[in-house]
Design a protein around this ligand. Structure first.
Ligand code: FES
Length: 119
């Protein structure tokens, strides 16, 4: 398997700049994609803002006690490690890597060029 290539976008200079909602979720737009940045039990994570089940807005969801993000519409919960729904229904929420560095907070989006799947 080939390593994924990411394009990294700076989303803030520092954590305090990220204005999380009461649900610890902040929706932003990066590289033309709507993304939720989430303050989890283990730090900062990011996922697609659109639920893979029926398009619910994950930014209006919440975190369960295990740190999974729960969609507000039908309450499917997704794990930040692999994006799978925790009840095993086979839904997959896109997860984006986040890196906190001295220079700021960066979010990675896979480079999906025309030839990326040929390599
Ligand atoms: S739309 Fe998200 S669980 Fe159904």
């Amino acid at each position: 398997m080939h390593e994924k290539k990411y394009k990294w976008y700076k989303i803030a200079d520092a954590l305090r700049e990220l204005q999380f909602g009461e649900n610890n979720i902040l929706q932003i737009e990066v590289g033309g994609k709507k993304i939720c940045v989430v303050k989890t039990l283990n730090g900062i994570a990011a996922c697609a803002a659109k639920c893979p089940h029926a398009g619910g807005n994950m930014s209006e969801g919440f975190l369960d006690k295990n740190g999974n993000i729960v969609c507000p519409v039908h309450r499917y919960a997704f794990n930040f490690n692999n994006g799978r729904d925790v009840t095993g229904e086979g839904y997959y929420l896109k997860i984006y890597p986040v890196e906190i560095k001295e220079a700021g907070i960066f979010l990675g989006i896979e480079e999906g060029g025309l030839f990326s799947w040929l390599k």
